[in-house]
Design a protein around this ligand. Structure first.
Ligand SMILES: *Cc1c(COP(=O)(O)O)cnc(C)c1O
Length: 494
């Protein structure tokens, strides 16, 4: 067959050569990851000068050279969330099978928007979603869609909730014809809900941020009262968001109580479980997650506690018909649908995206490589390591453990013999701990982030990292103590 002369194609032999070479360098990188600094200490200016500011090339360059220099740029100048001492935000170490899965997915390149474009990939995504539902302990009849992450998973559910509970003509009339539609969530809900309210035209005034109780769970009595007040004012409540593992401190709302309130008031019950819901697989934690099985929709993030590489989020919906009702409009030129009995499965009808990549593959493969028992072990160990962090903090007189839930611990550095009292003390400790977090991040020996707990500035570690060991925690505590004293000295002798 005639081959078209072009600058894209890579011959089989060349592909093998540069592919093996790339895989070799990645294997070295992963094997050596714990000997690297957790993050680069270079400033954006220095990084720009390393990158250079060459103009867009007019003519092409050899692919093998490009891959070698891109690998070097990235290996030498990245934050390594796969490092055993990375405990920041909620970003997991990535299962290596996910990297290989992405290579395979990109090579076949199915468009998982339509079944006809992705015959097997569509089936694999469907099975992945079924397994995820089974994994977190809800009925495997939940359906859903994979999305880019927690924000998108929550947006996808928010609009489905509105379609289900708002007047039937909302898709035609928009929000103008209806009463003000109100959503409820706890004060510690992630910022996605503000974005959703703005994006979907509700406005942030239509969100009721319900106060939390002493244990930082949504106060469900105030929730009930607020719903009543809104109804009395002529508004229409439509959904309540329960959080299963809040971003700052890992607290799980009282899901069972929220489910009950939703039932009584005919409201959509959504759970934001982006971080925490995989912990529902742990037998000892079943009680904490009671009520999950009543959720109308659930957001979860395989790229957090299922160790998938970015990006992978998932929206699960108890009755997947609500996704079709919301996202399908059957324009004529999409002549894919309803070819089989019961209709064919076209994921463009389940969410915001049209053309869609095959992000299911990396999740599907990791679920099989690890298995649910494997995940129980990994997730329990992450929790045990987080408890160990809090325990060690408690033992040291210069550290104060503040909270520990799921795999998140918060704690503060408090210098010995600190004489300040009252407001001066509060302010000093907040400032000291804030500077300490920045110092530790810049130091590259470990990486943690911060949380404000009861108006105190805290260090915060979140362990969703299969490479972390008890040794890493012990070493990290020593580094924190050393740096804490250095920061205190610098501050108090100013
Ligand atoms: C991480 C997180 C989000 C946002 O998820 P992304 O994947 O970053 O978009 C939302 N809610 C909770 C509870 C989270 O932990």
């Amino acid at each position: 067959m005639d081959k078209r002369e072009n600058s894209i194609e890579i011959s089989k032999v060349e592909f093998q050569k540069m592919g093996y070479q790339l895989i070799d360098t990645i294997a070295d990188f992963l094997n050596n990851i714990s000997n690297q600094p957790v993050t680069t200490s270079k400033s954006p200016k220095e990084l720009q000068s390393i990158l250079g500011n060459a103009a867009l090339p007019k003519t092409g360059k050899p692919a093998d050279q490009l891959l070698i220099s891109a690998s070097k740029l990235l290996f030498d100048n990245s934050l390594l969330n796969g490092h055993p001492r990375f405990f920041g935000f909620i970003t997991s170490s990535a299962a290596p099978i996910g990297a290989l899965a992405d290579l395979l997915a990109a090579s076949v390149n199915p468009n998982v928007g339509g079944q006809i474009l992705s015959p097997m990939a569509t089936e694999i995504e469907k099975q992945t979603i079924k397994w995820l539902a089974e994994f977190i302990g809800v009925s495997p009849n939940y359906g859903g869609v994979l999305v880019s992450g927690g924000n998108m998973a929550n947006f996808t559910a928010f609009l489905a909730a509105r379609t289900a509970k708002a007047p039937k003509d909302i898709k035609e009339k928009g929000l103008y014809g209806s009463k003000q539609l109100i959503a409820y969530c706890s004060k510690s809900t992630h910022t996605w809900i503000d974005k959703a309210a703005i994006l979907l035209g509700h406005g942030s005034d239509s969100i009721r941020w319900i106060p939390t109780d002493d244990s930082n769970k949504m106060n469900t009595q105030i929730l009930e009262q607020t719903i009543k007040d809104d109804v009395a004012k002529g508004h229409q409540p439509f959904m309540v968001v329960g959080t299963a593992g809040d971003v700052s401190t890992g607290v799980v709302d009282n899901l069972e109580a929220i489910a009950e309130i939703c039932k009584t008031n005919d409201l959509w019950f959504h759970i934001d479980g982006a971080y925490g819901i995989p912990a529902a697989v742990i037998p000892e934690l079943k009680a904490l997650f009671k009520g999950v099985e009543d959720a109308d929709s659930i957001a979860l993030d395989p790229h957090k506690w299922l160790y998938s590489p970015l990006e992978a989020g998932c929206t699960l919906v108890k009755n997947p018909k609500h996704l079709i009702d919301t996202y399908s409009s059957h324009p004529e030129y999409y002549n894919f649908s309803l070819t089989e009995e019961g209709g064919s499965l076209n994921y463009f009808e389940y969410g915001f995206q049209n053309s869609r990549g095959f992000r299911a593959l990396k999740v599907w493969l990791a679920l099989q490589q690890i298995g649910s028992d494997g995940y129980v072990k990994l997730i329990s160990e992450d929790i045990a390591l987080s408890k160990y962090f809090a325990e060690l903090a408690e033992q040291h007189s210069e550290l104060e453990a503040v909270s520990q839930n799921l795999s998140i611990a918060t704690f503060r550095y408090i210098p010995e013999n600190l004489e300040l009292t009252g407001n001066k003390r509060v302010e000093y400790l907040n400032k000291l701990n804030e500077i300490l977090v920045t110092k530790l991040q810049e130091g590259g020996e470990l990486f943690l982030s911060n949380a404000i707990v009861k108006e105190q500035y805290c260090m915060r570690t979140c362990i969703v990292n299969f490479r972390t060991t008890r040794k890493d925690i012990e070493a990290s505590i020593e580094i924190i103590l050393k740096e804490g004293l250095t920061v205190h000295k610098a501050l108090s002798f100013k």
